[in-house]
Design a protein around this ligand. Structure first.
Ligand code: NAI
Ligand code: MG
Length: 361
């Protein structure tokens, strides 16, 4: 199994080094090959996603990605900015499903500003469609405002659209994920839309309901997005898997991340139709703490676990990593971002080493 390792910028290389340690400790037949991406690649070769990096990603079974971006590159033209590498990879690999778990590891006490009992033990998964919706729908643009309306003003417009096959494939990912999370069958999928107002959402609801016929063991419920935003704060543990479009998913997945209060611990996956995927922490390159050895590597380590589960068909190895992470947290080890009174403050490498030790026990 071939894995492309793309560390990127800022804390990317630091957190990736720890994930690589953990992967090596599994003693599986994994072939790791690393390549520059983002600002680091631009600095080395003039492009954030060089041909060689793209070729490596294409031929790998999965891509493990750190993070890209740095204020140093803010003045570059858009197509050369580090963040373009992510868009380029998404497009080239056909990644259409974004999976973001929001997990509140039980021993964390700092974290969320919500009542602890609301989020303790939270474990939900948001499945967001990535390639369609109002972000990409045509036509879009600017035009003069229609006659008589606001003299001198122009008008901006975007088109929200989804096709039946687009909804169908993301719905399947959600139902399959619900099964996977619940021991092979069962679980619940909440499909989030705005079907009381939007045509796009009415089609969405219709198609998700049809696809559900193939998954009778999974419970399906529909929820309007405004209510979902409310329920996420009020009773987040009532959710299992949430599936939604690009726009609503963008917002709800950030809201769900904040429930856990620890961005440094949240992994994510983006999958294509062949099950190939790009796995990365939900956070960015954190230039404010780069080079200090204090970044939390757990989001990247848990992204490697998702990679084993979703792309490499090794759920057993994924569970070993997740167990090891639970153990080090139970032992009280904390990087500064999740530190609280009565726990032990450790750096990036110390945290990675502890996970490796727990794995080998
Ligand atoms: P960020 O996620 O990098 O940082 C937000 C805050 O969280 C910072 O205070 C940072 O120190 C902290 N943080 C993030 N990850 C952490 C970790 N593992 N351990 C401890 N603390 C952590 O988001 P921000 O500041 O908005 O963006 C910084 C750069 O990252 C920008 O250039 C942005 O474009 C890029 N970015 C890249 C992403 C990617 O590669 N997928 C995603 C989001 C942002
Ligand atoms: Mg977002």
């Amino acid at each position: 199994m071939k894995i492309a390792i793309l560390p990127g910028d800022g804390i990317g290389p630091e957190i990736m080094a720890e994930a690589v340690k953990v992967l090596n400790a599994l003693e599986l037949p994994l072939e790791l090959a690393s390549a520059p991406v983002g600002g680091a690649a631009y600095a080395a070769s003039g492009h954030p996603l060089p041909e060689a990096t793209l070729a490596l990603a294409r031929e790998a079974d999965a891509v493990l990605f750190g993070a890209v971006g740095d204020w140093k590159y803010d003045q570059l033209p858009r197509h050369l900015r580090p963040e373009q590498a992510i868009l380029g990879l998404r497009q080239a690999l056909g990644l259409f499903a974004n999976l973001r778990p929001a997990i509140c590891h039980a021993p964390l006490t700092h974290a969320s500003s919500l009542k602890p009992e609301l989020v303790a033990g939270l474990d939900i998964l948001i499945v967001r469609e990535l390639t369609g919706d109002i972000y990409f729908g045509q036509p879009r643009g600017r035009r003069p405002a229609p006659d008589g309306a606001f003299a001198g003003a122009d008008e901006g417009f975007d088109t929200m659209r989804y096709s039946r096959p687009e909804v169908e494939r993301i719905a399947r990912v959600a139902f399959e994920a619900a099964r996977r999370r619940n021991g092979g069958r069962g679980g619940k999928v909440t499909s989030v839309d705005k079907a009381n107002v939007l045509e796009t959402s009415q089609l969405w609801r219709e198609v998700v309901t049809e696809v559900h016929r193939d998954y009778p063991d999974v419970t399906l419920e529909h929820m309007y997005v405004d209510n979902a935003a409310m329920q996420l704060v009020k009773a987040p543990k009532n959710f299992d898997v949430i599936v939604t479009g690009n726009l609503f998913g963008d917002i709800l997945s950030d809201e769900a991340a904040m429930l856990t209060g620890s961005i440094g611990m949240l992994p994510s996956a983006s999958l294509n139709e062949r099950g190939q995927g790009l796995f990365e922490p939900s956070h960015g390159s954190a230039p404010d703490i780069a080079g200090q050895g204090i970044a939390n590597p757990l989001a990247t380590i848990l992204s490697a676990a998702m990679m084993l589960r979703y792309s490499l068909q090794r759920p057993d190895a994924a569970a070993r990593i997740e167990d090891a992470v639970r153990q080090v947290l139970a032992e009280g080890l904390r990087t500064p971002d999740i530190f609280s009174e009565g726990t032990r403050r450790v750096g990036t490498a110390e945290m990675g080493n502890a996970v490796v030790r727990a794995l080998k026990r």
